[in-house]
Design a protein around this ligand. Sequence first.
Ligand code: SF4
Ligand code: SF4
Length: 104
Amino acid sequence: MTKSNDDFKVETWNSKPTKGAAGKTGLWRTFRPIIDDEACTRCEICALYCPEPCITLDPDDLSHEKGKMVIEYEYCKGCGICANECPKHCIEMVKETEFTEEEK
Ligand code: SF4
Ligand code: SF4
């Protein structure tokens, strides 16, 4: 029987980010990863590589048939690994200073 990509789905939500001795890792961030939802294929490779791990797929989001990739910014330290590993190059690292106080 021929296998499809769906047969090899990686489960990435076995662990959750938690507050460490130095506080929430999002406090360290100088760059914020922004996902282009239009270009994102929901392959979950970013979630697989995130060291925190603070990227998950929300399967209940109706904006796409597979759901939506969600970044938990309280724990994202802005390392940029997700942007580096994304095969579609659809994660942009944006300087925190470019966001308004309301957006932070
Ligand atoms: S690696 Fe890129 S294309 Fe794949 S789910 Fe993450 S943001 Fe989307
Ligand atoms: S920048 Fe680093 S910590 Fe933040 S979501 Fe991407 S891989 Fe995870």
